[in-house]
Design a protein around this ligand. Sequence first.
Ligand code: ZN
Length: 221
Amino acid sequence: MEKNLHPTPNNKDFIWEKWTKLNEQIPEKGWTWQNVRSGNAGNVEWIEQQIYYDMLYTFRLGALSPYAKGLLEGKLLGTKCPKCGDITFPPRINCWRLDCNLEITEWIEMPHSGILHTFTICGFAAKSALKKLPFVLAYVLIGESKTAIANILKIEEPWHVETDMPVIIKFTNKQRVGNLIDFWFEPAPSWNPSPMTPEKERIKKLCEPVYEWIKILKRSM
Ligand SMILES: [Zn+2]
């Protein structure tokens, strides 16, 4: 089983001192500040992302680097187990099935469409995302994936969102960072919302004060 485990890139080239000072240099502008770099440590390729989202986040990927590189190119790379055939997105380097004994998976390109598994309508968020409220956070099963991935679902009227609705994936045309914020979900063009129900009315009512509050917030910011 041990042969299937991936070596971790060492952090020899990592200048921690420089990094601790980065927080001071970054202005408070939401999640606009991003950086991405890649390289090799031993024989392991790595990719690293820094995203400023109220505070500085740093991600360093080793064996999962192809996923981040795929996002930079506007591709969704998932994984498939050669033994059992399970497909997962977000990717898993080793198969999750006990029977597969950590079998190393293969990279596959995923379609830019999926089915909404579950969702929540956010009425509050971290500072950087406040102006986007109320927004829908959706868990989507992309293609044949057995696992769901969470991201924002852009929709005009959030109360119309429903489970099992078809969605498509849209990539940003701005500079990509190899991270989730490079893409979002939208309802598939073929989808039409079902008529209003008492439950939808209830959710719509819950959204109203959020819209009002955001209006005031935008005026003061
Ligand atoms: Zn498997």
